[in-house]
Write a protein that binds this ligand. Sequence first.
Ligand SMILES: NC(=O)c1ccc[n+]([C@@H]2O[C@H](COP(=O)([O-])OP(=O)(O)OC[C@H]3O[C@@H](n4cnc5c(N)ncnc54)[C@H](OP(=O)(O)O)[C@@H]3O)[C@@H](O)[C@H]2O)c1
Length: 282
Amino acid sequence: MDTFALGNLSVHRIGFGAMQLPGPGVMGPPRDRDAAIAVLRRAVELGVDHIDTAQFYGPDVSNELIRAALHPYPDDLVLVSKVGAVRDADGGWLPAQRPEELRSAVEDNLRSLGVEQLGAVNLRLHDGESVALEDQLAEMVALREEGKIAGVGISTATREQVQQAVEQAGIVCVQNAFSLLDRSDADVVELCHGAGVAYVPYFPLGSAFPGTPKVVEDPAVLAVAARTGATPAQVGLAWLLAHRDNVLLIPGTSSVAHLEENVAVADVQLSPQDLEELERDR
Ligand SMILES: NC(=O)c1ccc[n+]([C@@H]2O[C@H](COP(=O)([O-])OP(=O)(O)OC[C@H]3O[C@@H](n4cnc5c(N)ncnc54)[C@H](OP(=O)(O)O)[C@@H]3O)[C@@H](O)[C@H]2O)c1
């Protein structure tokens, strides 16, 4: 499997996102705990060395499952988390951006995952920020200097915010929504490519949330899948891998079968004809 740098760390381009492991709406325990643990163990068995998580998945559920399934961790496993949000009792996502909130969120992640350092932590932004980005980034840099995180990332950020984070914090990754069906962030992928920063799209398959177009239901994706023998999810993920070499995948799944399919995209090569067909009419 190809690799790309996350700062000083190197990870395979196909990783795993842990947001589908908790219960519905990313709240509460999984429907089947043994199945969730099996997904995590199978991911590592298949060579996944980059797992994306957050304390606010569950909350407290994804991190607990990762620790239960995988601790003591393989030496090469890079755990990436994010800070900047908390959940309310109804599952709402609320901003928690003050420097002291960012710090305590990093410490919660260290404790719950049972590590002394996180591979990277994404600063998750929200619309209508009430805390200056400069102050948030300064706290993330301080946490890196103290050795609590190896690399700083930024998430749900505009092009200008990403540029500021590159300059002020020397970020190693960006997590924004991007997929074959939603290319509104293509300019940020390019910015990251030029800066040697990993671009880690969330919602690579269109997410589990209702109301967003699903890559596996797209007619052109289905046509290419039928012709090539790849699955629809593999076609969507292979398009992302082909888009730029700084793109790292973290598709989310609660199913071992889907995980195996997603990791096997390493062996799927889209031809110029496939790519042309996927581009048509967009
Ligand atoms: N930074 C941020 O703010 C942010 C926001 C959202 C997500 N994330 C991260 O990004 C990761 C990816 O995003 P996501 O999980 O929301 O969405 P996603 O990967 O686009 O899609 C997940 C959905 O696709 C389904 N799926 C996965 N593999 C499949 C396959 N091979 N065939 C058919 N369906 C498949 C899953 O269902 P099954 O469970 O049934 O497989 C689930 O419903 C998350 O897990 C999380 O780690 C970050």
